[in-house]
Design a protein around this ligand. Structure first.
Ligand code: DON
Length: 611
């Protein structure tokens, strides 16, 4: 059963691989209209020879495309698209949040990562979100001023531009400024987000004035003008991010914090720095995979999953077949156990990153996966990657005083309906430079708090910390304490901007919103494309599933599994849970002849635009 070093599934229990399930699944994925019927006239899939921009909002993609056409490179276009998203996709695009920008430079085949993740304010404390009984007070960690970390977006975009951009900074801010000043037609995604979050948006006056003018929520087709935001963008155009960290906008943030008893002070803003880091680099079969390092967990977790999956000859089975779902879920659960235990901000926590990817460690994970039985989450514990880490453990990871045995399993289903709260954009320029950029406010509209006079929303990223080790956060992630709150620390993220090289050249540019589902979305799109030979369009449209160790469930999109596949999975011991809101992949493939194929997820109404 071993073939070319890979475990050949063809010889194992073929009967479980359902032909009916496969046919049904393929029919489903080849009919993306079931997700995106009547989508806007903008292109969900586009082909072009020179440049390509894919984002979750057509107007923002248009901005990026124009920047490329006027001689800007991929970084210029990413900065302009991202700033435009802050205006036209304000539920996730942002100035008051953070993110990770992964850049591949064609000239010397080098790559780099700009980390502009938010930080905890200096006055933050480990137990700041616990109530008198020691339980998590989500009203504080998720909503309102206390939930905001120090914003990183202005610093990060500026750093990317100042090191790697080409066009004048002002010209990249100008399109966003115009969209804010002149207004734009609210699209259906924004209208839906406002409708869903109306009660929360109503709680803050400045926020309500923008999204619920005269008390009535904006509808698709209404015009949204954001004068205060336009003014802030003008300041950003004129003086760069300094205005955010030490100037007029910083003052507005501090004033807002005082009003709402938040913690971000002038010293926090002045101390904020974007950080350039080397990307993590891994291999999957014939592919080289470039990803963001911690404080994003996405990259290392993706590489760990790919490492184990490489043992299986997945090309011999079908997407959404019993074995594909079973094996992938088992692998996902194990990688999430490690993620939740070991990962955090590299400036605060030592992590066994090499150990997690060491071949003997990966081999151990693979050996523990049963071919035909689900492992209960209680039966999966984080591994001991320190054994394979050069230099060893160097002292245990601080676990916040909570032993693993106190971690809860089978947490109740969450009410969180998060799916596309974050936003990803992928860009390829005519010279072959690539950017994968994921940015977020965390929840839709972040904390819901708008910096009143400055017209932008603040994030609620503090909830991404292990607010209480052992207790699930809004994404049901259960951390062990390595990601605990500390002043100046970056909270762990799942954002997974990814660039995949084949034959040494960029092949795929991947990324998505979706909280922890970001990581598994990227994994599934990559495996569907590489191993199952789906086109990128099919891979992006293919129904999604996800396992994150705790809770002990495979979550999946409605109709993802044929009934016999679902039955097989249950018979193997898996628990299945359906959820309707999912992620939104915004991807590019570069064909061998150089054609750029942009694919915007049919689940949302973004656009792939090329020239
Ligand atoms: O950084 C993170 O992992 C989260 N703040 C991302 C949130 C997200 O993707 C929400 N979308 N569903």
């Amino acid at each position: 059963m071993w073939k070319n070093g890979a475990y050949d599934l063809r010889n194992v229990k073929r009967g479980l691989i359902s032909a009916i399930g496969l046919a049904a699944a393929l029919l489903g994925l080849l009919a993306p209209s079931s997700f995106g019927a009547n989508r806007a006239e903008e292109a969900r899939v586009a082909r072009a020879t020179s440049g390509m921009v894919v984002s979750q909002q057509p107007l923002a993609s248009r901005v990026g495309l124009e920047v490329l056409k006027s001689g800007g490179n991929a970084v210029d276009a990413a900065v302009a698209t991202s700033l435009a998203l802050a205006v036209v996709h304000p539920q996730a695009g942002n100035l008051g949040g953070g993110g990770f920008l992964l850049f591949y430079r064609s000239r010397d085949s080098s790559s780099t990562l700009i980390d502009f993740r938010e930080t905890a304010p200096a006055r933050a404390q480990a137990e700041m979100f616990l109530d008198a009984t020691g339980e998590v007070d989500t009203l504080k960690s998720l909503y309102g001023h206390l939930s905001a970390g120090v914003p990183g977006t202005p610093a990060g975009l500026y750093m990317a531009w100042s090191k790697y951009g080409r066009l004048p900074w002002r010209s990249l801010v100008a399109p966003a400024m115009r969209l804010a000043q002149d207004g734009f037609k609210v699209g259906p995604d924004l209208a839906a987000a406002i409708a869903e979050e109306e009660p929360r948006l109503r709680r803050h006056r400045a926020t309500a004035e923008i999204f619920l003018p005269h008390g009535k929520r904006l509808q698709a087709g209404d015009r949204l003008v954001q004068k205060n935001l336009a003014r802030t963008l003008r300041l950003l155009a004129q003086s760069g991010p300094l205005t955010f960290y030490e100037g007029a906008v910083a003052e507005a943030i501090v004033e807002e914090m005082k009003r709402g008893h938040g913690l971000v002070g002038p010293e926090d803003l002045a101390a904020y720095r974007a950080i350039e880091r080397p990307p993590l680099r891994g291999w999957y079969r014939d592919l080289e995979v470039l990803v963001a390092p911690p404080p994003s967990s996405g990259g290392i977790t993706l590489l760990e999953m790919l490492g184990v999956l490489e043992y299986y000859d997945l090309s011999a089975i079908q997407p959404l077949s019993t074995y594909r779902v079973h094996l992938t879920s088992e692998v996902m659960a194990r990688a999430f156990a490690d993620r939740n235990t070991y990962l955090g901000d590299p400036d605060f926590v030592r992590m066994p990153l090499q150990g997690l990817l060491a071949p003997p460690y990966i081999a151990g994970l693979q050996a523990a996966v049963s071919i035909d039985r689900a492992t209960p989450s209680g039966g999966i514990q984080p591994g001991d990657p320190w054994r394979f880490e050069p230099g060893g453990a160097g002292g245990p990871v601080k676990l916040g005083g909570v032993g693993m045995d106190t971690l809860r399993t089978n947490v109740p289903p969450s009410n969180a309906r998060e799916g596309d709260h974050t936003t990803h954009l992928s860009i390829a320029d005519a010279e072959g430079n690539i950017v994968a950029l994921t940015t977020t406010l965390n929840s839709w509209f972040g904390s819901g708090v708008m910096v009143s006079s400055a017209g932008f929303l603040l994030n609620n990223e503090m909830d991404d910390f292990d607010v209480k080790p052992g207790a699930p956060n809004q994404y049901e992630l259960v951390g062990a304490g390595a990601n605990g709150i500390a002043p100046g620390k970056r909270m762990l993220s799942s954002m997974t901007p990814t660039i995949v090289l084949r034959g040494g050249k960029p092949w795929l540019v991947l990324g998505s919103p979706g909280g922890p589902r970001i990581i598994t979305t990227v994994l599934n799109v990559l495996v569907d494309r590489r191993d199952h030979g789906l086109t990128l369009e099919q891979a992006v449209a293919s129904p999604r599933f996800h396992h994150q160790w705790k809770p002990e469930v495979i979550t999946h999109e409605p109709g993802a599994f044929a009934s016999d596949v679902a039955k097989n999975l249950r018979d193997m011991g898996h628990v299945l849970r359906e959820r309707s809101q999912w992620s939104s992949a915004q991807c590019i493939e570069i064909a061998p002849d150089g054609t750029r194929i942009g694919v915007s997820d049919p689940r949302t109404r973004g656009a792939a635009l090329g020239y």
